[in-house]
Design a protein around this ligand. Structure first.
Ligand SMILES: CC(=O)SCCNC(=O)CCNC(=O)[C@H](O)C(C)(C)COP(=O)(O)OP(=O)(O)OC[C@H]1O[C@@H](n2cnc3c(N)ncnc32)[C@H](O)[C@@H]1OP(=O)(O)O
Length: 203
């Protein structure tokens, strides 16, 4: 299979073998940029922003990603404006990861597009498929959550810490657990209280 066909299969959810010198060489280019990003000093915010722009497929205004960041590619991840990612965001972005604007990631979140067949022989040959992940505007993903291949999370939704998100989650809900399920809609109570019985005292 030539590089063009491998890349087409990588993008489109079909099975392929992620081997071949050309593919590995291309990936190595992004790994070098990521290495530099993770070696920056705390005060080198400007340099980090420039490296993020070189690494990602697209990045909006005022995104802030705490190092260390981990990514299999980087170039298949697209961020909107004002995205904040705490330490150890892990992007298995063999297919596209689309992240909206104003999205927040707690520490140690994993977003994975890649999977392997359960069938042992194909898996022993490293067969792989990738399914795009979509995270809507203004989503907050709690610490340690894992977002699995093919998942779409609707805008404004909150994913609780430690959740394993195996299926799509709609917009405007709080969802958590393993497997992650919708627990409630965001509504009136959330306009009054920011945490349990603590009232909001900010405009
Ligand atoms: C960008 C950053 O860096 S953020 C820093 C990291 N911070 C985080 O990751 C915090 C993430 N926050 C959470 O997970 C929160 O618990 C939220 C936002 C999901 C809370 O949602 P709320 O609907 O307000 O839940 P509330 O606190 O009222 O708890 C309701 C119930 O859900 C349970 N619950 C809350 N969060 C979770 C969770 N992540 N997993 C499982 N159960 C949970 C509570 O124990 C409680 O159970 P009970 O009814 O049996 O008493």
């Amino acid at each position: 299979m030539d590089l063009k066909e491998v890349k087409e299969r990588m993008r489109s959810g079909r099975l392929y073998y992620p081997t071949g010198e050309d593919l590995l060489q291309e990936q190595a280019k992004y790994m070098e940029i990521l290495y530099d990003f993770n070696q920056t000093r705390p005060r080198e915010g400007e340099k980090r922003a420039q490296l993020l722009e070189k690494l990602l497929g697209g990045v909006g205004k005022n995104c802030y990603v705490e190092p260390p960041l981990h990514a299999n590619w980087g170039c298949n991840t697209y961020m909107g404006d004002e995205v904040y990612a705490n330490f150890n965001l892990t992007l298995v972005d063999d297919a596209r990861i689309n992240i909206g604007s104003h999205v927040m990631f707690g520490p140690n979140v994993t977003v994975a597009t890649a999977g392997h067949p359960v069938e042992p022989l194909l898996r022993s040959r490293q067969a792989q498929y990738n399914l795009e992940v979509n995270i809507g505007d203004n989503v907050w993903i709690g610490a340690g959550a894992v977002i699995l291949p093919g998942v779409t999370i609707g805008e404004n939704t909150v994913i609780g810490a430690g959740s394993i998100v195996t299926k799509d989650i709609p917009a405007n809900v709080v969802a958590y657990g393993n497997p992650c399920k919708v627990v409630r809609e965001i509504g009136e109570k959330d306009r009054k209280y920011y945490y349990r019985d603590r009232e909001i005292d900010l405009d």
